[in-house]
Write a protein that binds this ligand. Sequence first.
Ligand SMILES: [Zn+2]
Length: 275
Amino acid sequence: MQNRFPDQEPARAVAQSRPPRASRRAQPVDGRAPLLLLLCAALAVVSLFAFLSQRNPGRGAGDGGAQGQPAPPADEGAAADAAFGEADGLLLLVNPWTPLPEDFVPGELVPVQNDQAVDARAYPDLQNMLGDMSQAGLSPLICSSYRSQERQQELYDNKVQRVMAEGVSLEAAQAEAARWVARPGTSEHQTGLAVDIVSLSNQMLDETQESTPEFQWLAENAWKYGFILRYPNDKTEKTGIAYEPWHFRFVGKEAAEEMHDLGLCLEEYLESLAD
Ligand SMILES: [Zn+2]
């Protein structure tokens, strides 16, 4: 129950009451002694304030106040870590032409909101991102995250069945289904590094997501947390997947920043690294 009254500051122990000095008045006026006393008192007050302000750095950050937020320490090791996420698999490529290895096993999975789970390496940044969105008054909802091969198979088969119900051949239905649901083995969701994030007030997985404040915030800021909009509108030929203004993929902060700055999708970014 702390912060029940967040506007109330704890009383500061500024020493305002001084011992009475009435007797000093009666002392003979030297002229120097009072001056010295005054100087000492001034020095004490200045030191006290300096001490107190050091103990309260950045107070107010997190209340929506933009000021006083200390910059994160520069990551000196980042440059040395030139392979970015490659070594630890954060740049793992999965697309319609690049299925996961058959023996693929996801990394450690940890639970997140809404009964979802993600790779533990994405977890801290995802939590920070969602937390900052909440602070900004937004309501993001993770509606999909890690999926097992079996679950992906189930989703795909369901879609094929629904398309076939419209009187289409199996082959045609499979091709059509694959436009909407990745074929098993080719879904990023199987890596645990992808999340579908929608607005709590609009849970439709369609282009209307684009006009939600949640998406607009993510489109602008997700890269700062190591996430990329994986299937942008202008990259469908490269990604093989239609525009999805809800599907975000964790690639780590360095790679996400570069891709953001250079305007590259993951396929293009990996090509540029290979050059
Ligand atoms: Zn997705």
